[in-house]
Design a binder for this molecule. Structure first.
Ligand code: ZN
Length: 77
């Protein structure tokens, strides 16, 4: 767990945030989770660490069916 993180795009310091991810099926949200991510205040890029991304993908695979939409929603502060 690192306390600082440089943006991979512009190298500015990125801030920790929780990125909401939802699974939608036929227009309804059927599963929701929050993913720890880094948000760059300079360029707005959202970076998810590789280990986090892998566990998120594994979790999503358990809760999705073919045809579901996975929506990553960035809520502006
Ligand atoms: Zn940046």
């Amino acid at each position: 767990m690192t306390l600082t993180h440089a943006c991979p795009i512009c190298a500015a310091p990125a801030e920790p945030m929780m990125l909401p991810v939802s699974v939608r099926r036929a227009g309804r949200t059927v599963f929701r989770l929050e993913v720890p991510a880094w948000h760059c205040s300079e360029c707005g890029y959202v970076d998810v660490e590789d280990a986090t991304r892998e566990s998120v993908i594994a979790t999503l695979e358990e809760h999705t069916r073919p045809g579901d939409d996975i929506v990553f929603a960035l809520e502006e502060a």
